[in-house]
Ligand binder design. Structure first.
Ligand SMILES: NC(=O)N[C@@H](CC(=O)O)C(=O)O
Ligand SMILES: [Zn+2]
Ligand SMILES: [Zn+2]
Length: 426
């Protein structure tokens, strides 16, 4: 079955073209991108007034499968992703048990083949059980298809072990997705260390918790030649360090999540655990630095860090509740509302940060672009559609978001993955 996407604003970072055009999809591949395409027997999607972009590649998602499927599972998470315009996601390995062996990677791949409408890539843990004591079978997991390694949820505190992992990553040509958090410095903190945390008598998390590990990881990446991708950057110092490292020739990329470019610690509603995530919402100054970093392309990726939790877990006190918020079904709207509509970034930069650059970092040669010959992974977005975010409408099992009730602009109208329509708005 062919699909013809008519009259959309086609935005392709690979060619830097942003113009009204048609896109023809045949047998799962993009075959033509031109004005006025006419073919027989194609299913036509009218994309007038919409962005037509390469499908979103979300480099940071928690699917909670295996082991915590009451929070999310491969099917619910990938369907939520499709609704969010995502055609490929990287699942983080901090599941129960941890994805630290080829067999466990295979479990996810096989289940995703059956139940996911989109491409699910599984990242492999760096150490056995994420215990930080011995290296996982990284080579075996590479053979099983992991595109990256990550200890997300924590940092590998033993620098020697981490350096050895980086050497393997460099040799296998896969990136290291780094969660930067010093285990000792964090010291039980549950929100940013600032006037708010002091007023509420909550243990704080200083910027140094992130900054020290960002600095260490950059040094180790420089020495090993591994590609370092920094997860969920939150501090103004991280912006400076990434900029300087890149200038110095380090192979580095870095992501910011929508919550970190939308909210700061002053926005936290006292006691509302939907504002609790790791890293925490920082100060207004950090927020402004992150936005500037996105504008200047210091940050090349926007990812969600979709971290679903059950309602009962989030009903605990701010100190006790788990860190994390969902993001798959709000990231397009937040990016358009907070960054594109405000002219901090262009629609082209949005497509770069949400698809093209992730494809490059993950070495997905057939993705991240709408050029003929590429996989037919496409998202159609109405940038003018306005609505109010309602967590009850989420496909994800997780409803834990601070954005319920927020008025936003930008709606995913359809998602095409591998030449099939995997989501269509009503
Ligand atoms: N981001 C979060 O607040 N939580 C993540 C872990 C992580 O991304 O570090 C989770 O797994 O819940
Ligand atoms: Zn993390
Ligand atoms: Zn995460």
């Amino acid at each position: 079955m062919s699909i013809l996407i008519k009259n959309g604003q086609v935005i392709d970072p690979a060619t830097q073209k942003d113009e009204i055009s048609d896109v023809l999809i045949e047998n799962g591949v993009i075959t033509r991108v031109e004005k006025g395409i006419r073919v027989k027997d194609a299913q036509v999607i009218d994309a007038k007034g919409c962005y037509v972009m390469p499908g979103i590649i979300d480099m940071h998602v928690h699917l909670r499968d295996p082991g915590q499927t009451y929070k999310e599972d491969i099917e619910s998470g990938s369907k939520a992703a499709a609704k969010g315009g995502v055609t490929t996601l990287v699942a983080m390995p901090n599941t129960k048990p941890v994805i630290d062996s080829p067999d466990r990677v295979n479990y996810v791949t096989i289940k995703a083949d059956r139940f996911s409408p989109i491409n699910v890539l599984q990242a492999g843990a760096i150490t056995v059980g994420q215990k930080g004591e011995e290296l996982a079978d990284i080579e075996g997991m590479v053979k099983a298809g992991i595109p990256a390694i990550s200890e997300d949820g924590k940092s590998v505190m033993n620098a020697l072990l981490y350096k050895e992992a980086m050497e393997i990553a460099a040799e296998k040509n896969i990136p290291v997705l780094a969660h930067c958090e010093d285990k000792n410095l964090v010291n039980g903190g549950c929100m940013n260390e600032d006037a708010n945390s002091r007023e509420w008598h909550l243990p704080g998390i200083t910027n140094s918790v992130e900054n020290t590990i960002v600095a260490r990881d950059i040094v180790l990446a420089a020495e090993t030649g591994a590609h370092l991708h920094l997860c969920h950057c939150s501090t103004k110092e991280s912006v400076d360090m990434v900029r300087e490292a890149r200038k110095a020739g380090v192979s580095i990329s870095a992501e910011v999540c929508p919550h970190h470019f939308t909210l700061c610690s002053d926005d936290i509603v006292k006691g509302d655990t939907n504002y609790k995530m790791n890293p925490p919402l920082r100060t207004k100054e950090d927020l402004e630095a992150l936005r500037q970093g996105l504008k200047d392309d210091v940050f090349d990726v926007i990812s969600t860090d979709h971290a679903p939790h059950a309602l009962t877990e989030k009903q605990e006190s701010f100190k006790k509740a788990p860190f994390g918020i969902v993001g798959l079904e709000t990231s397009v709207a937040l990016t358009i509302t907070e960054l594109v509509d405000t002219e901090i970034i262009t629609p082209m930069q949005m497509a770069e940060k949400m698809s093209y650059n992730p494809a490059k970092i993950l070495h997905l040669d057939k993705k991240g672009s709408l050029a003929p010959g590429m996989d037919a992974d496409v998202v159609i977005i109405d940038p003018e559609a306005e609505y109010v975010i309602d967590p009850k409408e989420f496909v994800s099992k997780g409803k834990n978001t601070p954005f319920g009730g927020k008025k936003v602009k930008g709606k995913v109208m359809a998602t095409v993955c591998g030449g099939k329509i995997v989501y269509e708005a009503e």
